[in-house]
Design a binder for this molecule. Structure first.
Ligand code: NDP
Length: 402
């Protein structure tokens, strides 16, 4: 029986609230806090049991500390934006509360995401006897657990990892992003990066592309090499890893819109003076684009996210597995009124929280997902709506890379 505070009431926060409410034996009291309390109230009205709602500006550390002291949760699930990560970690340290998030810190004025800022909190969390679990969404999150599950059961000596994130769904909008538009566009327009022989290799944004045939007769999509944060923690925590890369599918329509928006300067994150006011074009664009939470009833089709793990089996012979989940947008909406991108993020956030609160995953300090036993997490994925499959064969041959 534990108390949890969810911070952030967007697409992901809504799913986390629904899923925690479904598990009262672990999450006995839930506080849902966000900048706009009316969004918390709207989510609370959909839930099967009462939750407490609160307004908080999580960038204001004293305000967050006061709220934590008022409710005394055992854990904060941070599903606000990456900009808030360090402020919420500071507040957790001051109030003595454990911490979990789904995306690593990004400085608002620079589209750069790295774990170094949050890893730097390790000693302070350790000294306080507190635990911080970073990146407990799908990617990052489940992708790391898929890799350690592959390592534990099929490929003890991992040499290569390809993480493949495909969305074969359609929301019918001319242009929309499946999660926060600002964070999504910063991520997609960043330079590509992959791990090869002990160092990072950079590529121009979206310049490496490959066709990919999805399992389960889900069709064929183009996938593009991108940088993604779990590559950094996997490279650190999987000894002997020779190559790791991340691939995401985009439709031609999405890429065409993105190219035009980039060409006209609408994806810029530096301030532009307009009529005496500083405007950040990407933030203004976010205000124009559909709210990802509004895509729930519109999105049809399925997502498929998986990890191809190659290396040597316990017999010393080459071994390859592909571990993946397929998630149906409409089924997610029927269950929790969200599309599959928010669902596939929110369910692992709840499961990561459950791992911490039940002591299945424990420790003092700052941790990534691949540092823990994957088995109980994998069991809970099957139990709470994200069942997975294992194919014991290669499904993807990466194209020639620089
Ligand atoms: P949304 O934009 O839909 O929601 C963000 C929420 O955070 C909003 O309710 C917003 O409030 C709130 N918020 C923003 N700033 C503050 C603040 N200073 N104080 C308090 N609350 C604040 O985003 P998503 O739900 O789509 O994404 C949430 C997180 O999940 C992001 O960090 C994203 O990167 C991550 N994510 C992770 C994935 C993974 O697989 N690991 C995949 C997808 C997303 P308001 O309503 O007032 O704007």
């Amino acid at each position: 029986m534990s108390n949890v505070m969810i911070i952030g009431a967007g697409g992901v926060g809504s799913v986390v609230a629904h899923k925690c409410a479904q598990v009262p034996e672990v999450f006995s009291e839930i506080v849902l806090a966000s900048r706009t309390v009316s969004k918390c109230d709207a989510i609370a009205a959909q839930l099967p049991r009462p939750v407490i709602t609160e307004a908080v500006d999580a960038d204001n550390v004293p305000q967050t500390v006061a709220l934590l002291r008022k409710h005394r949760p055992d854990l904060v699930i941070n599903v606000a934006l990456p900009y808030q990560d360090l402020h919420i970690m500071d507040a957790c340290l001051e109030a003595g509360v454990n911490y979990l998030d789904t995306a690593n810190y990004e400085p608002p004025d620079k589209a750069k995401f790295e774990y170094k800022w949050q890893w730097a909190y390790h000693d302070r969390f350790k000294q306080a006897g507190l635990m911080a679990l970073l990146g407990s969404g799908f990617d990052p999150g489940v992708t790391s657990v898929f890799c350690t599950y592959a390592q534990k059961h099929f490929v003890p000596n991992i040499e290569e990892i390809d993480i493949i994130d495909c969305n074969a769904g359609d929301h019918g909008q001319p242009f929309a992003t499946n999660f926060n538009p600002e964070i999504n566009i910063r991520e997609v327009t960043a330079r590509g990066r992959f791990w090869k022989d002990g160092e990072w290799v950079e590529t121009d944004p979206l310049s490496v592309k490959s066709p990919f045939t999805l399992p389960d007769d889900l069709g064929k999509l183009n996938i593009y090499l991108m940088y993604h944060e779990e590559l950094e923690s996997l490279a650190k925590h999987i000894p002997g890893l020779k190559r790791a890369s991340f691939w995401m599918s985009f439709s031609d329509n999405y890429l065409k819109h993105l190219e035009v928006l980039g060409n006209v300067g609408m994806t810029r994150i530096d301030p532009v003076r307009y009529n005496g006011v500083d405007i950040i074009p990407l933030k203004f664009l976010k205000a124009l684009l559909p709210d990802p939470a509004s895509l729930g009833p519109l999105t049809k089709g399925k997502t498929c996210i998986g990890c191809q793990v190659k290396g040597l089996g316990s017999d010393g012979k080459p071994a390859t597995v592909f571990i993946y989940n397929v998630c149906d947008h409409e089924a997610c909406y029927a269950e929790v009124r969200s599309q599959a991108i928010s669902y596939t993020t929110g369910v692992p956030a709840m499961i990561g929280a459950k791992m911490m609160l039940t002591g299945k995953w424990s420790g003092a300090g700052v941790f990534n997902m691949e540092q823990f036993d994957p088995d109980p997490f994998m069991d809970d994925l099957n139990r709470y709506g994200l069942p997975w499959q294992v194919l014991k064969q290669p499904v993807f041959q990466p194209p020639a890379m620089p």
